[in-house]
Design a binder for this molecule. Sequence first.
Ligand code: RIB
Length: 305
Amino acid sequence: MNKPRIVVIGSLNMDIVVETSRFPRVGETLTGEHVHFIPGGKGANQAVAAARLGGQTTMIGSIGDDMFGKSLIEYLNQDAISTDHIKRIADTPTGIASITLAESDNRIVVIPGANAKCLPEHIQALEQVISEHDIVLVQLEIPLETASAACELAKKLGKTVILNPAPARKLPESMLKCVDYITPNRLELETLTGIDASGDQLQTAMEALLEMGPSCVVTTLGEEGSAFLHKGESLVKVSAYHVPVVDTTGAGDAYNGGLAYALAAGYALNEAVVFASKVSAMSVTKLGAQAGMPTQADLNKLSIQ
Ligand code: RIB
């Protein structure tokens, strides 16, 4: 059987992760416990998630001409991800995320570096490569015009397009019309629509987003699970799996990589959403975004509820 083929167009970062007992107050200096250099970036994390599950995965993006960039490529190659179309940008640093882990949560500051130089021309030159995949998975840690060009090209090629609108920003309808599945969390949904998506308002906000163009909205709701909505149909909610949490960094990326894999493998949407929830739950049981991405064997052997 052919492997599901997923191409991810997005960011690569080196995550500098500091573990500390609590978040520092403004102006305060704290002594932390550990520091780790862990591969990250929403795009690369989603590529690793899809690849570990068994997808034939290609990563498209940009790194700097430095040691971090070299190391990020090596990590992706360990998961057999095609890195042939990751551009090395001269005189530019690789993207960095400064992540503080404390109080069972995280705070992240991203310096885009080379990700900001991932340009539409780079994507447009890869029409042939993109056409060889089933699913095109895009996020917003690269310039908006590049993410938009990626969605438009993928749509022109008749591919299924998943847009993870993170970090959130207002998006043009011309871009949203090219998207099959958009996967905001609750806050991103609010940014996209301007509607408070708490409580009963969730469906109203998802309907408003559907009106902007995508065929389906899948909203991730943290501990409450996720929900999906097609135009004219009822909202479907799927429960979350509950697991011991070590690090939630990359949980959304695991969800998106899992969803892309499952849809490319031919799962129906309701099954794909349950599968993505399981992948996301498993990912938080380990430290580090990419380190936590599970294989199919991990999903089978760990009993989670
Ligand atoms: O979604 C988690 C990711 O966001 C981290 O790996 C970090 O690089 C930031 O991009």
